[in-house]
Design a protein around this ligand. Structure first.
Ligand code: SF4
Length: 308
C-alpha cells in the first residue's frame, strides 16, 4: 500500500484491510471484488490485484509460508527489486541491498554520481551491496532509508547532523543538492473521452466492471468511450452505449501516472431499469461501497452532486 502513497493516506486502509483479512489464507480465499472494494480510492489498482494473486501463490505453491530470500520473493506477483530486498533484509536478515528513492539520493550525493535517474539505479545497488553488513542488514536498510527521508532530504539536507558528512563528496564540494541527476522530464500527454452516468427512477446508477487487464482493471465504473490522445476525438452523446436524454454535466480532469485525462460527463435519467448489457444497477445508498476508483467517483459526483 505504501508504494507511491503516503502513510497518512494508507493508515486507515491498512487497518481495515488487516481486520478483514488477517492472514494470507484469508486474503487468498477472499472474493476479488471485495478486495478491490477495500482498495477503492488508494489508486494504482494493479497493487491490489497483485497482492491478491501473491497471497494465492504463497498459499498454493509455498504452503502458506513466505519464501525468505530476495531471489525467491521476486518471483511472486507484484514484488520487484525493492520490495523483495526489503522483505528479505528486514524480515529474514538476508544481507541484500535495499534501494528506494531515499537511498538513491544519499548514495548519489555521497559519491557524486553523475549518471541520471533511472539509469543510475544499478550503480547505486552495486555500491550499497558492497557495504551491507552481514550483521543486522534489516536495520542497516531502514537506517539508510531513514537517513534519506529525514536528514538527506531533497531540499536543504541537514548535513551538519549527518553521520556520513566527513566522507560525503557532495557535501565537500557544496553541490549535494544537484544530486541525483534526473533525465529530462517528458510532458504527460492528454487523453480525452466521454463518460455516461445513467440514473434510474430510484436514483440507482448503472455500473460496469472494467476488464481485468489494463488501467483500473477489475474496478467498477460508469460506461465510457475509449480514452484517446487523438485530437478532435468525439466525446458527444452520440457515443453513448444506449439511448437516453443525455445532458452534459461538465468535464472531469484526472491525472494518472502517464497521462492527463479529460472526460466529458453526460447524465440521463432512464425511466425503468432495463437490461443494458454487461453491467448492473447500483442503488444510491450502496454506491459509496462500490469498488469505484477516484476518477469514477469524480464523474458520478459531477453528475449527481451531494452523493459522496
Ligand atoms: S552529508 Fe549531506 S549530502 Fe552527504 S549524505 Fe549526509 S545529508 Fe546527504
Amino acid at each position: 500500500m505504501l508504494q507511491q502513497t503516503q502513510v497518512a493516506t494508507v493508515a486507515d486502509y491498512f487497518l481495515k484491510f488487516l481486520k478483514k483479512w488477517p492472514t494470507l489464507n484469508d486474503l487468498s480465499a477472499a472474493e476479488s471484488e471485495e478486495v478491490m472494494k477495500a482498495w477503492a480510492g488508494l489508486g494504482y489498482y494493479a497493487r491490489a490485484r497483485n497482492l491478491k494473486k501473491c497471497a494465492e501463490t504463497i498459499v498454493r505453491e509455498y504452503g502458506g509460508e513466505f519464501p525468505q530470500t530476495a531471489e525467491e520473493l521476486k518471483k511472486l506477483p507484484g514484488i520487484g527489486d525493492y520490495t523483495s530486498a526489503a522483505i528479505a533484509a528486514i524480515a529474514f536478515d538476508e544481507p541484500v541491498a535495499v534501494v528506494d528513492g531515499n537511498v538513491e539520493r544519499v548514495i548519489c550525493r555521497l559519491h557524486e554520481l553523475t549518471t541520471p535517474l533511472p539509469k543510475v539505479k544499478s550503480e547505486v545497488r552495486t555500491i550499497v551491496q558492497e557495504i551491507v553488513p552481514v550483521d543486522r542488514p534489516g536495520d542497516f536498510a531502514q537506517a539508510m532509508m531513514d537517513l534519506g527521508a529525514k536528514i538527506c532530504t531533497p531540499k536543504r539536507p541537514a548535513c551538519i547532523l549527518c553521520p556520513l558528512e566527513s566522507t560525503c563528496q557532495g557535501y565537500a564540494s557544496g553541490s549535494q543538492e544537484l544530486y541525483p541527476f534526473k533525465a529530462a522530464k517528458q510532458e504527460k500527454p492528454v487523453r480525452t473521452g466521454a463518460a455516461f452516468v445513467a440514473i434510474d427512477k430510484d436514483g440507482a446508477v448503472f455500473l460496469q466492471r472494467r476488464p481485468d487487464s489494463g488501467l483500473l482493471g477489475g474496478m467498477r465504473g460508469v460506461p465510457t468511450t475509449e480514452w484517446t490522445s487523438e485530437i478532435g476525438a468525439a466525446t458527444d452523446a452520440r457515443k453513448a452505449p444506449f439511448s437516453g436524454n443525455w445532458e452534459k454535466a461538465g468535464k472531469v480532469r484526472h491525472t494518472f501516472t502517464h497521462f492527463h485525462l479529460e472526460l466529458t460527463v453526460w447524465r440521463a435519467e432512464i425511466g425503468q431499469p432495463r437490461n443494458l448489457g454487461d453491467g448492473r444497477w447500483s442503488q444510491r445508498d450502496s454506491l459509496p461501497e462500490e469498488a469505484l476508483p477516484t476518477v469514477m467517483k469524480k464523474v458520478i459526483a459531477l453528475a449527481i452532486p451531494d452523493l459522496f
